[in-house]
Write a protein that binds this ligand. Structure first.
Ligand SMILES: Cc1cc2nc3c(=O)[nH]c(=O)nc-3n(C[C@H](O)[C@H](O)[C@H](O)COP(=O)(O)O)c2cc1C
Length: 330
């Protein structure tokens, strides 16, 4: 029997599959079903900094009337509801408590934040409610032309949260950084227990017939796993904290690839939306089958085998390949 156990942020997981933060992880009934299907841990739907502070300053109606603004901010607007905001945080704490009391898997709370302001004290309340860990989705907008020293802001937020809680903290980032490798190394040395590569940003689209801005693809597609794969392979040997792969992992093959690159765990969201919760069992069976065929007995045995340092041909992860394939004059 294959040993699928892994360790992520110091948490013992029965297998590497984590349900990433999304609508499905906002209801206890769904979390129970995810556990029944075999998921090893769940990242709850994020609570947004604006909700916590109850001080969102934009007018929902005005934003809805202005489609350009609405589309840019829709990730946040999704959560803005002036009438219910006050109750939201206590509802969130109740979600943590109930999920903990009705399941046996680690429950990771998620905070979507953009500053290091006074909301940080709420991280301690999340810890007291019983969360096993916290994932910070630090959502600094790459579109913000006034944003300076993004790395410093991220490290400041992390340091404050780490001071406030004892449970492990992970950071989920996107890939839009001037020096992504440097940012990942800085985050690692800040003392976090894990890093999630990568967050998927919502992208609006344009309807060329109605000349209108429309909702872009909400779910990832099955080639989106390549970006996290490359960066996990490049960085996994160089950082101490755990790594969770996120974005585009839609089957057992892509989950296996991320672990081969060096991921300790794999977060899935779109795969569950597209195929239902029972699909988790199929992914796990696929991983076991592959391990059996390769004569591999444990996840530990193949984790990182294709990382930059361990790969037999590490140059495939580098820029040289770009020059080789696209730099030729044809
Ligand atoms: C409907 C939906 C809601 C989401 N809500 C959140 C959220 O609240 N917080 C967060 O960090 N990520 C959120 N995400 C992003 C996912 O956690 C994940 O990073 C992204 O979907 C890429 O993974 P996937 O390719 O497996 O879908 C959401 C994604 C979807 C599709």
């Amino acid at each position: 029997m294959a040993d699928l156990a892994t360790k992520y942020m110091g948490l013992e997981l029965k297998n590497p599959l984590i349900a990433g933060s999304c609508g499905i992880t906002s209801k206890v009934e769904d979390i129970i079903q995810l556990e029944q299907a075999g998921i090893a841990a769940v990242v709850l739907k994020s609570i947004f900094e604006e909700e916590i502070l109850n001080e969102a300053s934009f007018d929902l109606k005005e934003a809805e009337n202005n489609k350009f603004i609405y589309t840019q901010l829709s990730e946040t607007l999704d959560y803005i509801d002036v009438h219910t905001k006050e109750k939201r945080f206590s509802n969130y704490l109740n979600l943590i408590k109930e999920a903990k009391s009705k399941t046996l898997i680690p429950i990771i709370a998620s905070i979507n934040c953009i500053t290091d302001s006074e909301w940080i004290e709420y991280a301690a309340k999340i810890e007291s409610a019983g969360a096993d860990a916290i994932e910070l989705n630090i959502a600094l907008s790459p579109m913000d032309i006034n944003l300076k020293d993004a790395d410093k802001i991220i490290i400041r937020i992390i340091k404050k949260v780490l001071k406030a809680v004892k449970i492990p903290v992970a950071v989920k980032i996107g890939e839009c950084f001037t020096n992504l490798a440097g940012t990942i190394l800085e985050i690692d040395s800040s003392g976090v227990a894990g890093i999630v590569l990568f967050n998927r940003f919502y992208s609006p689209d344009i309807d060329i017939y109605n000349l209108d801005i429309v909702t872009g693809r909400k779910l990832s597609c099955d080639t989106d796993y390549l970006k996290p794969l490359r960066w996990i392979a490049l960085m996994s040997d160089r950082i101490k904290c755990s790594i969770a792969a996120s974005t585009g992992i839609q089957d057992s093959n892509t989950a296996i690839k991320q672990i081969l690159a060096g991921a300790d765990a794999v977060q899935i969201v779109s795969a569950i939306y597209l195929n239902g919760k029972e699909y988790i069992t199929e992914i796990l069976t696929g991983i076991e089958k592959w391990m059996f065929e390769k004569g591999i007995f444990s996840v530990q045995q193949f984790k990182g085998l294709a990382s930059y340092k361990k790969a037999t041909n590490p140059s495939v992860y580098e820029r040289i390949q770009f020059m080789k394939y696209y730099g030729r004059i044809v």
